[in-house]
Design a protein around this ligand. Structure first.
Ligand SMILES: CC(C)(COP(=O)(O)OP(=O)(O)OC[C@H]1O[C@@H](n2cnc3c(N)ncnc32)[C@H](O)[C@@H]1O)[C@@H](O)C(=O)NCCC(=O)NCCS
Ligand SMILES: Nc1ncnc2c1ncn2[C@@H]1O[C@H](COP(=O)(O)OP(=O)(O)OP(=O)(O)O)[C@@H](O)[C@H]1O
Length: 197
């Protein structure tokens, strides 16, 4: 089975693109959600997060995402700290998930993938891109974040052009090109590659 990654900067539309692969019967692993699940359930991660960020990392036993986001996205050292706690466990969890899948290929959806080095465990990577202003606008409409908060996160991610250059397939989610057509084309290419494996 081929291991495929789908990545793109904040608001690029990778969750939407991944959901289209899902409707084609392809299993999809959501890395952002899995990271949050692990942070909420693993005693070891919880202890490390409390040691690094204090008891406030959890509120009434729940991960305090707003507190952590405010601490890490404006401070490189703090971001490195949370990444070094969460990423090894998150990568292991996705590797375990891939082992359980039975399909021609399976997809790991992750907002940061080259940044964490997890691209080395994948056979192919699909990039989703959209113009910066559109990504900001879509993120603001979808979440509670301000433009400044979205830009803060963008600044911590790999340059969009460089990221897309490293991908084997690129989906342009600029609102004009058909997302479905692009997804189906990549799906067919991956089925072909999987059959020849
Ligand atoms: C700080 C946290 C709790 C904030 O949670 P929140 O619900 O506000 O954001 P969420 O995780 O859904 O991320 C939203 C977007 O922010 C960006 N983002 C998240 N983590 C990172 C990061 N480490 N570096 C750069 N951008 C990031 C991505 O574009 C992501 O899609 C959370 O982002 C986190 O734990 N981040 C560190 C772990 C991580 O890297 N997770 C993601 C991949 S494993
Ligand atoms: N082509 C499109 N047309 C209209 N709305 C879109 C399009 N693509 C994405 N969106 C909307 O933009 C928002 C961001 O898309 P999505 O959640 O898929 O991005 P993402 O890359 O997963 O973002 P994040 O990194 O923040 O998790 C969502 O509300 C989504 O419905």
């Amino acid at each position: 089975m081929l291991k495929v990654g789908i990545t793109g900067g904040i608001g690029s539309g990778k969750t939407l693109a991944a959901s289209l692969f899902k409707t084609l019967g392809i299993p999809v692993y959501d890395a952002d959600a899995a990271a949050k699940r692990l942070m909420s359930t693993s005693k070891s991660l919880q202890q490390q997060l409390i040691a690094a960020f204090g008891e406030e990392a959890f509120k009434n036993g729940q991960l305090d995402r707003a507190f952590l986001a405010a601490r890490v996205f404006g401070d490189d050292e703090q971001l490195k700290k949370i990444n070094s706690i969460v990423h090894p466990a998150a990568i292991q969890d996705s590797q375990d998930w891939f082992k359980q899948q039975h399909a021609p290929y399976a997809i790991k959806e992750a907002s940061i993938l080259f940044e964490t080095g997890s691209d080395q465990y994948l056979d192919y990577i699909i990039g989703v891109t959209a113009p910066e202003q559109l990504r900001i606008q879509r993120t603001i409409e979808r979440s509670h974040l301000t433009e400044q908060q979205v830009r803060e996160r963008m600044d911590k991610q790999m340059d969009e052009t460089e990221k897309m250059r490293r991908c084997h397939f690129v989906i342009n989610n600029n609102g004009h090109l058909s997302l479905i057509e692009q997804v189906v084309k990549i799906h067919e290419a991956l089925l072909y590659k999987s059959a020849r494996q």
